[in-house]
Design a protein. Sequence first.
Length: 261
Amino acid sequence: MSEFQQKCTLLTRNRLAPDVFRLTFEAPKLAAQAQPGQFVMVRVIDGLDPLLRRPFSIHRNSVSNGTISLLFKVIGKGTDMLAQRCVGDQLDFVGPLGNGFDLSCKQPICLIGGGMGIAPLLFLAEQLQQTGREIEKDHVLLGARNRDELALLAEEFSALGYAVQLATDDGSIGHKGFIPDLLDFVLPTVERVYTCGPHLMMENIVRQCQQAEVSCQVSLETHMACGMGACLGCTVNGKKGLVHVCKQGPVFNADHLEWSL
């Protein structure tokens, strides 16, 4: 897969919740190459503070418009700076990076996103829809802290035709509790699960999938300094030794990784 370094112009800036933003950039070269599950490394400001780029999964992608979108929550200095950028600003991107999801499964599937782990799954959902599969047999399970973080995103998955179930920590929308609570009812009807979110959530989902003998692909979220395998800062334990999330992932077959099950 080709990688590009490109100056990308910020086209739209939307605040979805008090600390959740979606930014859309003009990035024709990136959009033409990107696959669901891949990510970009972004220099959030011109200058040396912060020095390192920040990794963001590709949230939406339009080849026809030449745009990509990023979805993120403000959790530190880098994301705070990114959230303050203005329409018309140009940011330096490197990508698309990493390995994405395997879309070859023809049987019913389930997409599971927790918090900002929802970000790469909308791109995946849109791409799957374009394959002509029977979307009405697929499932989407989404979880977050509260209604504000979830409602709009849930509507966008529903608009694609997916059956969507929700879980929130405070019960403000959907099930009050955690996503794995909903999964046991879905697993008997699907052939594969795709998931991204907090590590503990994914551990529980992997355990449930293994017990049900359902294949599972996970998109890992780790700290990255370079995004290209040079710094060795994003290693995790695989069944055959250490693996680099940025190069061998961020999407893995769950069975290839070590989990605390």
